[in-house]
Design a protein. Structure first.
Length: 235
């Protein structure tokens, strides 16, 4: 799904990841669930591209619903996978501490898990080799993505600012559709390690210049990061 010049989304409002298309090649941000591999194939085909055009995949954090097809792309096509050092072990092994789940409703929660099942979400392939990144890094990938540390949801959560796409991908630093309650609009994400730290980390994106804020769960939000951060605090 094309959102804007250079900017495409794979998946839907339940689970999403993003594709940055440039003349120099493609950068992927997150890898959704394993079944999103077919979504990737469809989008590449529509662009007249193949896996050979993908130069790198950046993970906003190491949770299983963002790892999806990452290891398949790395092992079968040699695409490097980038993740913050604080989440490198999580991406390789799945190990993590206790998280705050928060409120839930039966319908939206069941819908989230049903969609995960349809997309093979119980068959996680962890990433055997990762390239560690850090806050402030500008990666040598198409679109020159900038890494912004957003600890809270996990120790190594990051946002990825892509100026050429006028967008910032935030992973689970926030959500625009709560997968457990169905509530829409900018708000804190569930399954967060440290909710207070995640809220404080919103300051890290508030000064970024972008027209799109792109979460891993929920609709793309056409507003500035500052407006989104303010809306979450009010929520």
């Amino acid at each position: 799904m094309r959102l804007a010049p250079h900017l495409h989304r794979l998946g839907n409002d339940i689970v999403a990841c993003y594709l940055i298309d440039t003349p120099e090649g493609i950068t992927l941000i997150d890898a959704g669930l394993p079944g999103h591999w077919q979504d990737l194939q469809d989008e590449l085909r529509a662009l007249g591209k193949t896996e050979a055009d993908v130069r790198g995949l950046i993970l906003t954090h190491g949770d299983s619903d963002h790892l999806g097809f990452a290891e398949r792309l790395r092992s079968a096509h040699g695409v490097p996978v980038f993740v913050h050092a604080g989440d490198a072990a999580r991406a390789r092994t799945g190990e993590k501490g206790k998280v705050a789940v928060g409120p839930m409703r039966i319908g939206p929660t069941a819908g989230f898990f049903a969609y995960s099942l349809r997309k093979n979400g119980l068959r996680t392939r962890y990433v055997k080799e990762v390239t560690e990144i850090a806050d402030g890094d500008v990666l040598d990938l198409p679109g020159s993505p900038v890494i912004v540390g957003m600890p809270g949801h996990s120790p190594g959560s990051v946002a990825v600012h892509v100026p050429i796409a006028d967008a910032v991908c935030v992973g689970d630093a926030l959500t625009t559709r709560h997968v457990l309650t169905g509530r829409v609009g900018p708000q804190p994400a569930p399954f967060t390690d440290d909710p207070a730290e995640a809220l404080a980390s919103l300051d890290r994106i508030a000064g970024l210049r972008a027209s799109w804020v792109l979460p891993g769960h929920g609709a793309p939000w056409h507003a500035s990061p500052a407006e989104v951060a303010d809306a979450i605090r009010k929520a």
